[in-house]
Design a protein. Structure first.
Length: 372
């Protein structure tokens, strides 16, 4: 099976540990274990009391009942039975695509977005059409283009809501139009939902609250600031959950007793995590928008309080070379836009720690002055 290299991951694998000011990531500044333990106000005492009694066996294969119950609360009408725990959202996307896509299937994927969503279907032999997003439309895809792309044999439409790298949220009305079109041919709609608008989570609608053939994938890596625990999930109807179970047994057994417990603990303290992150995102958004206003060589469609952004940089140089020089000379890490096939842009993760963001932007501006 052939597959393209994963552009963003390959970039980060080489460069991220060399950064002093990492403003490339899409996670809202990760919590330390101490911050996680502080969430319950008792330094994680009940968490450890429970953990110490656990046997380090395989634990709950699909995720503990407690985990599934917490995740099910994120949706209007999904039974805990239909939540399957996975190794991050990466594992969730892989599971859904591996279970559904066969050679010759027609798949439509939002482009650019998370590369799994188009390159895994291609690697499985699907005929993949890109549904492009357009900067002039606030990074929205055009529903008229979907009408042109959809075919009687379209099996799956893949979206990333909110989008990585742009931070754009597809609103409920738009998703409803996608669902209406998908229904005409019986297509599934898979939506990777790892990013939530932190200013007002009610702006977000999960695909599984709109469509019985919707598949939501998600994890604790972005909105919840704990990518290190490697826990994600799929949420679907029961027929799809059964199908996924079959494939899941071949690709993973479980996420581990410790990870499941920690994931459940974080979800139980969800309100506190979201409040921490809401403050961080809104504070950093202000710093970021002030910087954009003052920087003549940068412009951006502002992300909707989602932790990733895709500014355009006016740089008369190959963008990847620019980013490598920026890192080597100023210690600042970005993701060059060519990794998303959009070389005029960079991914800028403004939800880093505030001091890293401030210093990173200052140094980026200093570096940009060389072209004036
Ligand atoms: C849209 C999207 N999906 C999934 C992932 C991976 O998430 P996880 O760490 O949960 O595997 C990322 C990470 O960048 C992402 O941006």
């Amino acid at each position: 099976m052939k597959i393209a290299g994963f552009g963003v991951e390959e970039w980060l694998n080489v460069w991220e540990k060399k950064a002093t000011y990492d403003i490339a990531q899409s996670t809202i500044s990760s919590m330390t274990m101490q911050e996680v333990l502080d969430l319950d106000g008792e330094n994680g005492k009940s968490f450890y009391d429970l953990l110490n009694k656990q046997k380090m066996n395989y634990g709950w294969i699909e995720g503990s009942p407690e985990f599934k119950a917490e995740v099910a609360k994120l949706y209007k009408n999904i039974s805990p039975d239909n939540i399957l725990q996975t190794n991050g959202a990466t594992g969730a996307n892989h599971l859904a695509l591996y279970a559904l896509v066969e050679p010759g299937d027609h798949v439509i994927s939002e482009y650019p977005s998370y590369q799994q969503l188009y390159d895994i279907p291609k690697s499985l032999g699907a005929d993949v059409d890109y549904w492009h997003i357009h900067e002039e439309d606030g990074w929205y895809p055009d529903i008229e283009e979907l009408k042109q792309l959809i075919r009687p044999n379209t099996k799956l439409i893949c979206l990333n809501n909110a989008n990585n790298p742009t931070g754009t949220i597809l609103d409920r009305d738009f998703l409803q139009q996608v669902v209406d079109l998908a229904k005409t041919v019986g297509a599934y709609v898979l939506v990777d939902e790892v990013y939530l608008p932190l200013d007002d989570p009610s702006k977000f609608t999960s695909i599984v609250d709109l469509y019985d053939k919707g598949i939501a994938t998600n994890s604790l890596s972005k909105t919840y600031s704990v990518p290190g625990i490697r826990v994600g999930w799929t949420a679907t109807n029961s027929e799809l959950a059964d199908l996924f179970r079959k494939y899941r047994d071949y690709t993973m057994i479980c996420c581990g007793v410790f990870n499941d417990m920690l994931a459940t603990y974080v979800l139980r303290n969800r309100d506190k995590v979201l409040e921490r992150n809401r403050q961080l995102v809104l504070n950093n958004l202000k710093i970021y928008s002030d910087w954009i206003e003052s920087e003549p060589r940068a412009s951006v469609i502002m992300p909707q309080a989602v932790s990733t952004s895709f500014p355009k940089l006016d740089v008369p140089e190959d963008i990847e070379q620019f980013c490598i020089r920026l890192l080597k000379e100023e210690g600042v890490l970005l993701v060059p836009g060519n990794r998303f096939d959009m070389p005029g842009h960079v991914r800028l993760g403004y939800c880093a720690q505030e001091d890293a963001l401030r210093e990173g932007l200052k140094r980026l501006s200093k570096f940009l002055r060389q072209y004036d």
